[in-house]
Design a protein around this ligand. Structure first.
Ligand SMILES: *Cc1c(COP(=O)(O)O)cnc(C)c1O
Length: 399
């Protein structure tokens, strides 16, 4: 007998849990793509995408996932042979650097490992050393989904300014937008990327790139942008299809309009951030209690540098893989695999997992996941400290 029958919960960091309302908004006949509703709706969506990023700049929608958004940003920022400085704090920072290299960019990689945030002092030193101002942009991941490290973006801007360097600041917010506080304008960000299937609660399929006026000016003439990826026609579309380089992603747009309404006009962005912060603290509280009596630890020691939409953790002795299998088969909860934490296929790779608390997620879902995990640890005989669920409940009760 399995207790998995019932509504499943995919608690991985993307695709995130989607509101039925968003899916229902997509379940309809295709609209006229030349005029009418879809045209006005696109204008509203572009406005709301600026609102959700707190950006007064430009935004482009691509039919792509996050990897596509990475390439879109790179293609528009650089010419072949340009130099980028990438600050990596996990698999996703490394991935963005690999894409840039593969596209012909000279990449200086500052790798901070798997447990520490990007250090603004090292960024400032690297930029000061670049006396010829060869580095065109600094690329950094706001929340690295693999390690759950959250970087301090205002500190990166301050470091660039302190060095007196003209490099653009480009940020990957794929795992954090619509979950964790992010302020494009106030934080001095020049380019930002996101995707539909994480905090924005829409199926995978849309990638987004925001750009400041500064970025637009400095990147003029960047020669990597092919017609499809070029952001210029998308930012300044004279006809509706130009926003999308072809047929609009009609049904994704319907879903996105609904999710942006829920985030911006119903719950409100500050409340969305506060909900994710509380649910994150709930997850951390359980892990901290479990860690008192077992080989269990959160990946990031300092809560200031922990992301609010996903938590990476270690359960030693292969416990993480065994627990993930149990939670899925016996309780209908799918947890995230460890990513880039150990060599794939090695024994150590079985020690890492991730719990997502991203998007359309509330207290009962998060407490449910944690309760299932504790039950699984009991069933599997994984040593763990007592009181994990009590600590989680206290985090909800005392918020
Ligand atoms: C998910 C994610 C990506 C990759 O997005 P895909 O849609 O899987 O291509 C890149 N960066 C971060 C921070 C992510 O969370």
């Amino acid at each position: 007998m399995s207790l998995a029958h019932g509504r499943p919960y995919l608690a991985i960091p993307g695709p995130s849990a989607m509101p039925d309302r968003v899916l229902r908004a997509m379940h309809r006949a295709a609209p006229n793509i030349y005029e009418g509703e879809i045209v006005t709706q696109t204008a509203g969506i572009l406005t709301d995408l600026r609102r959700v990023a707190l950006s007064s700049g430009h935004v482009a929608i691509y039919i792509a996932n996050g990897h596509g958004a990475w390439e879109a940003a790179i293609a528009n920022m650089f010419s072949r042979g340009d130099r980028a400085l990438v600050m990596a704090t996990g698999r996703f920072g490394i991935g963005w650097a690999e894409h840039a290299r593969a596209m012909g960019i000279e990449v200086d990689l500052l790798d901070f490992g798997l447990n520490s945030p990007a250090d603004p002092a090292q960024l400032e030193a690297a930029l000061r050393a670049d006396t010829g101002h060869k580095i065109k942009a600094v690329l950094v991941t706001h929340l690295d989904t693999a390690t759950s490290i959250r970087n301090n973006i205002p500190a990166m801007r301050a470091a660039i300014d302190a060095a007196g360097h003209p490099a653009l600041l480009a940020v990957d917010c794929i795992a954090s937008l619509g979950c964790d506080e992010f302020r494009f304008d106030d934080w001095g960000v020049d380019v930002m990327v996101a995707a539909s299937q994480k905090g924005l609660m829409v199926p995978p399929g849309l990638g987004f790139v925001w750009a400041s006026d500064t970025a637009l000016t400095r990147c003029k003439g960047a020669d990597l942008a092919t017609p499809y990826w070029n952001w210029h026609p998308r930012f300044f579309a004279e006809q509706h299809y130009m926003h999308f380089g072809g047929t609009a992603p009609t049904h994704h747009l319907f879903g996105l309009a609904e999710s942006l309404k829920m985030i911006l006009d119903e719950e409100g962005l500050p409340q969305v951030w506060a909900r994710h912060a509380t649910l994150a603290r709930t997850v951390w509280a359980a892990f901290e209690a479990w860690g008192q009596g077992g080989d269990i630890a959160l990946n990031v020691a300092d809560p200031v540098f922990r992301g609010h939409s996903v938590t990476a953790a270690r359960i030693g002795g292969g416990g993480a893989s065994r627990l993930r299998a149990w939670c899925e088969a016996e309780a209908g909860v799918t947890l995230g695999i460890g990513l880039g934490m150990a060599a794939p296929g090695s024994a150590a790779a079985d020690d890492f997992l991730r719990v997502a608390h991203m998007g359309h997620v509330n207290a009962h879902m998060t407490l449910g996941v944690l309760g299932v995990m504790e039950a699984g640890m009991q069933a599997l005989g994984i040593p763990h400290g007592a009181g994990g669920i009590a600590a989680a409940a206290a985090a909800i009760a005392g918020r």
